[in-house]
Design a protein around this ligand. Structure first.
Ligand code: PLP
Length: 375
């Protein structure tokens, strides 16, 4: 059987990784500044992470959500404390799209409405409602087309005010747009969404799948705006590569048996991975490290010739170049052995390293980047 060929691939075969370093099958060493789409939060193969998952694998790897899995409570407790959302409820699933899908379903169960508002350049995943709320017609299949979603201009308060009413079920927005090229919602925009959702009985959903888990220099990027959404979706950095996602749910949204569900979500191995990630983020002060390293790298990037704009918070960084970034990214990979990310904006590179990236690795990147841009 052949693989279903949907991914354009680099001709690289990674076989080993540690921290921010990856080795390919020929022993060539790479610096990982992208974490496979912002997934690697605590660095590859962190010893605590490996130990926790290995111990769990030797104890019990799986049973369904029909039995008590105490680790889910430990995970919820640690996540609540580290994120500041101790009074919220946690529903566990397996991916970012699934988290958003459940967030939107829950909103609709709650207020009985159908209309969802999302924003230009948004990316919320590739399944059903999540893809319909994503502003990319290329990945909509005909069956995804629905009148239930309205996509409004990002950061446009007056367009949003006009569209809001008592028929709106939910508003979904990323903490920082990732795929869209690292665009930050303004504090006023988030506050406006919060107040109009409250006024009209709509549910405010913050998609923190990419911008969450300490990457922005706060646990969640929306915490810079000091708003409290009703639902927060998480995945990516939550498991540092183990597939796990979830939604954090405000106390006033009440659960009912059977309302949401999943076979794999919240199983032992996923919990072991997610608990290990939170332990490391806390014990190694990685949220503060994100802020410090992020400020350092962004300041340095701003002074490089050929850089038009640097956007971001913490270690969620978009570098807009004066030219298309694909050749630059390819050169950084092939000549300097550094992984970086692209975005839907052809001039914007994404820099999304592990939250414990070392300064010397950032400096190697800056030297390489300057050299490539000067050619
Ligand atoms: C903000 C955001 N939401 C949702 C998703 C979808 O996550 P997944 O690929 O785990 O389904 C992504 C993936 O890039 C994302 O960036």
């Amino acid at each position: 059987m052949k693989l279903f060929d949907v991914y354009p691939l680099f001709d690289i075969e990674p076989v080993k990784a540690e921290g921010s370093t990856i080795w390919d099958k020929d022993g060539v060493k790479y610096l990982d500044l992208y974490g496979g789409h912002a997934v690697i939060s605590i660095g590859h193969t962190h010893p605590h992470y490996v130990k926790k998952i290995t111990e769990q694998l030797n104890a019990i790897a799986f049973y369904s959500n029909s039995v008590k899995i105490k680790m889910q409570e430990e995970l919820a407790d640690k996540l609540g404390k580290l994120s500041g959302y101790t009074d919220y409820q946690l529903f566990l699933c397996n991916s970012g799209a699934e988290a958003n899908e459940n967030a939107l379903k829950l909103a609709s169960f709650h207020n009985g409405r159908k209309k969802i508002i999302s924003f230009s350049k948004a990316f919320h995943g590739r399944t059903s409602l999540a893809v319909a709320a994503t502003d990319d017609a290329k990945i909509w299949a005909p069956v995804n087309l629905t009148d239930n979603i309205e996509i409004l201009p990002f950061n446009d308060e007056s367009a949003f005010e006009k569209a809001m009413g008592d028929d709106v079920c939910a508003v979904i927005i990323e903490g920082i747009q990732g795929v869209g090229g690292v665009q930050i919602p303004t504090t006023n925009f988030l506050k406006k969404i919060k107040s109009l959702c409250e006024k009209h009985g709509a549910v405010m959903i913050l998609d923190e799948v990419q911008s969450g888990y300490g990457r922005s220099g706060k646990f969640f990027a929306h915490q810079y705006a000091d708003v409290k959404p009703d639902i927060i979706s998480v995945a990516k950095g939550m498991g540092n590569g183990f597939p796990v996602g979830g939604i954090l749910i405000t106390p006033h949204l009440k659960p009912k048996h059977g309302m949401l569900g999943t076979t794999f979500g919240g199983a032992y191995l996923a919990c072991a991975a997610a608990i290990a990630v939170l332990d490391v983020i806390k014990d190694e002060n990685l949220i503060a490290n994100s802020e410090t390293m992020g400020n350092y790298i962004m300041n340095e990037l701003k002074s490089i010739k050929g850089v038009k704009e640097v956007r971001g918070l913490g270690l969620m960084i978009g570098v807009e170049l004066e030219e298309a970034c694909a050749p630059i990214r390819n050169q950084l990979l092939s000549e300097y052995k550094m992984f970086l990310g692209s975005s839907s904006d052809k001039n914007t590179l994404r820099v999304l390293p592990a939250l414990n990236i070392k300064k010397e690795d950032i400096d190697s990147f800056l030297i390489a980047f300057k050299s490539v841009l000067s050619k």
